[in-house]
Write a protein that binds this ligand. Structure first.
Ligand code: ATP
Length: 519
């Protein structure tokens, strides 16, 4: 099935099974705003817990923060967002559709990459075991032509963005004959800058009200609290501050479900280090964050780093962790070495010192910062698109199953009496009572057992506990594994231990911890 069709099915599945609903649906929705349903909110909370614990539990020098969404408007002047948090937009005159000029070009670049991968796959099939991929990539004329064209385009785009050259951006689109994906024409307007911040007013009278912004990132709340946390927590450099919270961006194009939203949530960590040591820390965090993603078990081949050619004005190194979504490799997380830019600017604009006294060096300095920044919603989409499968079963039909990592699954187990009589529901009820304070459980007695298994597969419940007549005699149940569909008979008394072993978040955290045992 085409990847686009799979993505459409995934979106429909999220709605049908209570994961994600369009916001304000009864009023026909609100562009790029979504609500999380009964299972969605659980998955989202579990993702946040996984991130939070891997930051503040695994690192004694990383602490948390929860700063307000509203902040003093000068913060956004100092950070550069008022003047420079812009995206270049372009309209197609025929379809009247609006696009981000840089994204149109990036998608064109991705097409060259797809062509290369297709050639490689074709050759792999042709040559079988004798295939030398590295040699093929270096020498195959079709591949090298695509790579040359791609590299030239990447360099031209990076230069245009660095120079803020909007005329050149349009020219790149025209020269490469990039057409509107909706109407297929090349009838483009000029490229214009568009500021992404939402503004509102604070204060009750019109004259007294002042313009404030909904934060477009959570990071600035960390910067302006840097000294509060450092002093009150007696933190020594290097140390980090982690925060999870809402952010708002008036995105120009918001068409890929929860990939790009106007209201979304971020998980950000700013790590404060000695000047000069930032690139070493940047490398470490790059590895740690990739380990965190790969611990979920979706396969290393689905991830890659994308090192930035165009660095933001505040950064001296930056990379994205990209995941292979059904619509191609896309950014899930950014890791940036932000130098001392933000703290220095806040020092200038606020007139307050933003310095740290380093007792080992016996001197004060403005710390440098390495940031890791990931969208909760984008991570949610990553997890759910990796987990979504349509599988043929032995009985000849298909089952839809969400193969979520058990630690992230919204419901850990379902307790199902085989029939609705003979004392089985009561026995099942007792099991639920025993487990419900430790695990998110669901009790279900409606419909045939096969249908109930399918329902649990569709919401991603990793284990189904079935209570049958033998359960009454022997005090045992069967435990069915969602992924293999195999069943095992176990003593009811052992359930808490078995389930904890299989669903504990610790399983994931231990893998992440292995990655930096040498710290
Ligand atoms: P993009 O290039 O996709 O617009 P960005 O580089 O502007 O993203 P950052 O400012 O680095 O993104 O934000 C950090 C993370 O926040 C991103 O990696 C992404 O996971 C998430 N994020 C950013 N914008 C959105 C959005 N509009 N909707 C959902 N998540 C977002």
């Amino acid at each position: 099935m085409a990847q686009e069709d799979i993505f459409k099915k995934l979106v429909a599945h999220c709605k049908e099974y209570g994961y994600v609903f369009p916001s304000s649906e009864v009023y026909d929705g609100l562009g790029a705003v979504y609500d999380y349903g009964q299972y969605g909110v659980e998955l989202k909370n579990n993702i946040k817990r996984y991130w939070w614990d891997s930051m503040v539990l695994l690192h004694e020098n990383v602490v948390g923060l929860d700063s307000a969404i509203f902040m003093h408007p000068t913060i956004w002047k100092a950070s550069g967002h008022v003047d420079a948090f812009n995206d270049p937009l372009i309209d197609n005159k025929d379809s009247k559709k609006r696009y981000r000029a840089d994204v149109l070009i990036e998608e064109h670049i991705a097409k060259y990459e797809e062509k290369v991968e297709k050639e490689v796959e074709k050759a792999r099939k042709r040559f079988g075991d004798r295939f030398d991929e590295a040699l093929f990539r270096q020498t195959n004329p079709q591949v090298t032509v695509h790579v040359e064209k791609k590299d030239a385009l990447v360099a031209r785009l990076a230069k245009a963005l660095n120079d803020n050259d909007l005329v050149e951006l349009r020219q790149i689109i025209v020269d490469n004959q990039i057409v509107c994906p909706v109407c297929g024409t090349c009838n483009w307007t000029e490229v214009r800058q568009f500021n992404l911040m939402f503004a509102t007013e604070m204060g009750s009278t019109a004259e007294g009200a002042s313009k404030i912004y909904l934060r477009p990132e959570t990071a600035q709340g960390i910067f302006v609290n840097f000294l509060n946390v450092q002093k009150s927590g007696r933190m020594k450099i290097p140390f980090g501050i982690a925060q999870i919270g809402k952010a708002f961006r008036n995105e120009i194009v918001a068409r890929q479900f929860i990939f790009r939203m106007r209201e979304f949530e971020q998980m950000e960590m700013q790590f404060f280090v000695r000047p000069g040591s930032e690139l070493e820390w940047f490398r470490r965090w790059r590895e740690i964050r990739m380990t965190w993603h790969q611990a979920l078990g979706f396969g290393a081949a689905s991830y890659r780093f994308h090192d930035h050619e165009k660095l933001a004005h505040y950064a001296n190194a930056a990379t994205d962790i990209e995941y292979r979504f059904p619509f191609g490799f896309k950014e899930v997380e950014g890791i940036h070495s932000r130098t001392d830019f933000d703290l220095t600017r806040h020092q200038e604009f606020s007139g307050k010192r933003m310095q740290y006294f380093d007792p080992e060096l016996n001197e004060s300095y403005v710390p440098y910062v390495v940031e890791t920044s990931i969208g909760v919603d984008r991570m949610f989409l990553q997890v759910i698109s990796a987990a979504y499968r349509e599988e043929a079963t032995d009985t000849g039909d298909t089952r839809v199953v969400l193969k979520l990592p058990p630690a992230l699954a919204p419901i850990k187990l379902a307790v199902l009496p085989l029939v609705k009589k003979d004392g089985l529901p009561e026995k099942a009820g007792e099991i639920v009572q025993r487990l419900r304070l430790d695990f998110r459980c669901q009790y279900d007695e409606k419909d045939s057992i096969g249908k109930r298994y399918r329902r649990q597969d569709a919401i991603g419940t990793p284990f189904c506990i079935t209570v049958d007549h033998l359960s009454l005699e022997e005090n045992t149940v069967t435990i069915r594994d969602r992924d293999t569909m195999s069943q095992e008979r176990v003593a009811i008394d052992r359930l808490p231990v078995i389930l904890k072993e299989k669903t504990d978040l610790k399983n994931l955290l231990e893998q992440v911890a292995v990655g930096f045992r040498h710290w």
